[in-house]
Design a protein around this ligand. Structure first.
Ligand code: NAP
Length: 321
């Protein structure tokens, strides 16, 4: 592949940053990769893993002369990184990020990006519950969405170049406003994660159900909840602090729907329950029909007695679907 950018700088080299580095290197999408990380052990590990041509001590050093800079740190740390790299960015460079929330990223980073540098926030909707440079892999973005949220007056050729970069990794790119992104992700990812964190706590707080019973009978749904609840606490804290409005909006609706279900159960209202479940089943069947998920029984998992094989990518475990 002809390299699309000369120098790529990755600020942060955990799961997402190291996956970008691996994919960019294996596909030859860029000529040179420079990475940095906050701590010495992570920088050292990035060097040992051969993730980059150069590992710098600071974000400012990494940004110098880079054509594409992608900030891959927790959302709450993006403002400080933008402040540090802002004065070092070269004219015409593209700056992006991978944060799971977009309005807060625009609020925190945009003021530090100088004129003549293209700021195009991004969010690869792909992940696992693991963190750090060892957790990354080059195929993480294959068959996944990457959402870009450029400002209305953003340079269209810069947006196109960044889109092509993500497409080279096997991702599909969608452009939307930061506000719409945050609402969509609140429904599809943030509130489901909150429910997972909550149900795992509820189950383990029940005094008359033992821990071993929970583990023993954790087939299907609950097992998925426990895996999601294993996601990085820093990342998820920052998501809820920074997508407060959209999450509260979705949670409000969720609580109303849950109240309807609770009332039907309390009243023994079988008709309401049946109609509601039938309606939701039709939604699920529609997803399968439009190839949005797998029709295989048990969501393509092996029977409990046999070892669980890795899932094909579009259905694999994800920390940030
Ligand atoms: P990660 O594996 O934990 O790596 C985090 C990276 O950021 C490391 O290089 C870490 O440096 C650095 N970092 C942590 N705290 C920092 C701070 N206060 N200041 C500066 N650097 C800091 O995290 P990740 O999963 O790659 O997530 C990174 C970003 O990707 C987050 O914004 C998240 O919202 C987004 N994202 C995550 C997923 C997912 O499923 N994980 C999916 C899509 C998007 P040290 O190790 O040196 O401390």
């Amino acid at each position: 592949m002809t390299p699309q950018f000369k120098r790529l700088a990755l600020i942060g080299v955990g799961l997402i940053g190291s996956s970008i580095a691996r994919a960019a290197r294996s596909l030859g999408v860029v000529e040179e990769i420079v990475v940095t990380s906050r701590s010495e052990p992570t920088r050292q590990r990035a060097a040992e893993l051969g993730l980059a041509d150069r590992v710098t001590e600071t974000a400012a050093e990494a940004a110098v002369d880079a054509d594409l800079v992608i900030v891959c740190v927790p959302i709450g740390a993006c403002a400080a990184v933008a402040r540090e790299i802002g004065p070092k960015l070269k004219q015409g460079a593209i700056v992006s990020d991978v944060g799971s929330v977009k309005c807060a990223i625009v609020r925190d980073m945009a003021p530090h990006i100088p004129p003549g540098v293209h700021f195009i926030p991004g969010h690869p909707v792909a992940g696992t519950e693991h963190s750090g440079p060892d957790a990354g892999f080059a195929e993480l973005f294959v068959n996944r969405w990457c959402i870009l949220t450029p400002a209305k007056d953003a340079d269209s050729s810069a947006v196109e170049r960044l889109s092509q970069f993500w497409k080279a990794f096997g991702a599909s790119v969608e452009i939307m406003s930061p506000e719409h992104h945050d609402l969509v992700l609140a429904v599809t990812s943030h509130v489901p994660h909150l429910i997972a964190y909550n149900i795992v706590g509820t189950a383990f707080d029940l005094r008359h159900v033992t821990e071993s019973e929970i583990l023993k009978y954790s087939a299907g749904g609950f097992r998925d909840f426990t895996r999601i609840a294993a996601s990085d606490p820093t990342m998820w804290r920052d998501i809820f602090l920074n997508n407060k409005d959209a999450v509260l909006e979705v949670l409000g609706r969720f609580n109303e729907d849950l109240a309807t279900l609770t009332r039907a159960i309390r009243r023994g209202d079988g008709d309401s329950l049946f109609n509601l479940f039938a309606e939701r089943r039709a939604i699920r069947r529609g997803m399968v029909q439009f190839n949005l998920d797998a029709p295989a029984p048990n969501f393509q998992r092996a029977a409990p007695e046999t070892p669980e094989p890795p899932l094909p990518r579009p259905y694999a475990a994800s920390g940030d679907d």
